[in-house]
Design a protein around this ligand. Structure first.
Ligand code: PAF
Length: 281
């Protein structure tokens, strides 16, 4: 497995692979791998001849007071795990490589970024769209893989790729959960034992909503209310948002019809956790 730090080098590597007719897959990450990341890599391995994983903790997607400095980092461990699932190249640029002095060009997707995490974390998706564009331009993959846990992020990236005519296919990989239902996330590391137990309330409340839909409930406020009540019963959990919006447009609606995204963001201790499910009416 190769470790590349420079844009020109990764570009050259991919150019040569493509000359040989190889299909190139990119898995963009911020590192500190868990099984959710490894699943993205496995999917990429199945579909592509060359699998590139980028590891870059992107400063522009963290707001003031968020966890940029504390975000867990362990390149050696990540390299070992990536090698085990058959990754070919780790692209690990420095902050200076991606954002040289005087950097002033950003990509902004309007509309859907004003909701859910975009509302709670102003500027977050501008940082994501900018770095993902830079990664796509640096690596020029044929296919890129993202996790459905970040459902809004996937929608933002798909819209950006379509509207900016970026020549890459986006694959979405389902949420990977721990045995107790908690969605895998690098931020689960921030939870102590008690908080970890409390974090189970996110998926349990999603299951509750799914059960209510199965029983015939279609009223959006009742479904949201059931989720809010359940999360509120957990003293360590502080709701940032609970939303049920049309999917993929992310618009409000009173009645569950077609596909809608149930999305939650909940603070437990130091961790802000997100989870989601598509409900169908
Ligand atoms: O999902 C992530 O880990 C990040 O938002 C991404 C897509 C790698 C951009 O920094």
């Amino acid at each position: 497995m190769l470790l590349i730090n420079k844009v020109l080098e990764i570009r050259e590597h991919v150019k040569n692979a493509k000359k040989e007719g190889k299909k190139v897959g990119l898995v963009p990450t911020m590192g500190f791998f868990h099984d959710g990341h490894l699943e993205l890599m496995r999917q990429a391995r199945k579909e592509c001849d060359v699998v590139i994983v980028s590891i870059f903790v992107n400063p522009t997607q963290f707001g003031p007071g968020e966890d940029y400095e504390d975000y867990p980092r362990d390149l050696e461990r990540d390299m070992q795990l990536a090698e085990e699932v058959g990754v070919d190249v780790i692209f690990n640029p420095s902050v200076e490589e991606m954002y040289p002095d005087g950097f002033s060009t950003y990509v902004e997707v309007k509309g859907i970024t004003g909701k859910l995490c975009g509302r709670s974390r102003p500027g977050h998706f501008k940082g994501v769209a900018t770095i993902v564009t830079k990664l796509f331009n640096s690596v020029q993959p044929d296919v890129a893989f993202f996790g459905q846990k970040d459902a809004q992020q996937v929608l933002v990236i798909k819209k950006m790729v379509k509207e900016l005519n970026i020549d890459v296919e986006i694959r979405t990989v389902p949420i990977v959960r721990e045995e107790d239902g908690i969605a895998m996330s690098s931020r689960n590391l921030y939870l102590n034992d008690e908080e970890r137990k409390a974090a189970r309330i996110l998926y349990r409340s999603i299951q509750k909503a799914q059960q209510k839909v199965q029983e015939g409930e279609r009223d959006v406020n009742s479904l949201k209310g059931a989720v809010i009540d359940m999360i509120s019963s957990e003293p360590l959990a502080k709701i940032d948002y609970v939303e049920l919006l049309t999917y993929p447009e992310l618009e409000e609606k009173d009645v569950l019809e077609g596909k809608m995204l149930l999305a939650l963001a909940v603070k437990i201790g130091k961790a802000r956790l997100i989870d989601n499910a598509i409900l169908e009416g």
